[in-house]
Design a protein around this ligand. Sequence first.
Ligand SMILES: Cc1cc2nc3c(=O)[nH]c(=O)nc-3n(C[C@H](O)[C@H](O)[C@H](O)COP(=O)(O)O)c2cc1C
Length: 237
Amino acid sequence: MTRTPFNRRRFLETAGAAAAVGTLVRSADSHAANAQDPAGPKVKIIAISGSHRKGKTTAAALGIALDAARAVSPDIETELIELADYKLAPAVPGGTAVDDYPKIESRILDPAVGGILFGSPVYFSNMSSLLKMFIEHFGPYKTSGALSNKVAGVLTVAGARNGGQEGVAQSIMAALLGVEMIVVGDGRPTGHSGATLWNNAKDDIAKDDFGCATAKGLGKRVAEVALRITRMTPRSL
Ligand SMILES: Cc1cc2nc3c(=O)[nH]c(=O)nc-3n(C[C@H](O)[C@H](O)[C@H](O)COP(=O)(O)O)c2cc1C
């Protein structure tokens, strides 16, 4: 019968078309579902203030950066941790420091954390001893990779216009590169390698327009890159 092969072909064509339509419908359905779903879990940005003074210029500047981070997307949530609230002991290699670090560690290593801002006042042209003590607990992460691929931004505040902000930022960044963090700057159009603020009005950091702009840029950039990396990369990397 001549109709059999024709019908068979028609059947196959029709079945193929139906399957294709089914795929398209399912695809359209899943797009519709995605459109209704939130883009994904929230991405957290944490700011660590290394200042010995709670709520002063370093914390205020980090607050500006976190505001800018939240403005990037409703999927960004933020938290400020002030190291002055905790007791940190020196982290001796191979030793077990008995201090408050585990209380902070559980928060920064949370898989929901996509980015961390590190803020330090400039003390004698260096980072604060508090922030240094904190970062020195990162030794095991060089092998465990616990901070790998989290985004990092660095913010420094000094009492003088050229009080050592950039040098201190470079020193903090070098430490963060050592634990495979992805260090970013304040982005376009300024392209500075971090946020640098000048405490030029008796602890009112808002008077430093230039510095506040770098803090905003840094918070925005950390959030943007954290969103990209978190959404594109399996957390296991
Ligand atoms: C011990 C100490 C050392 C400092 N060293 C410097 C410095 O080297 N260069 C500078 O410009 N400011 C220096 N300052 C000023 C602080 O960096 C500045 O007041 C900063 O805003 C303090 O941050 P905070 O408000 O978060 O405490 C120093 C302050 C202290 C307490």
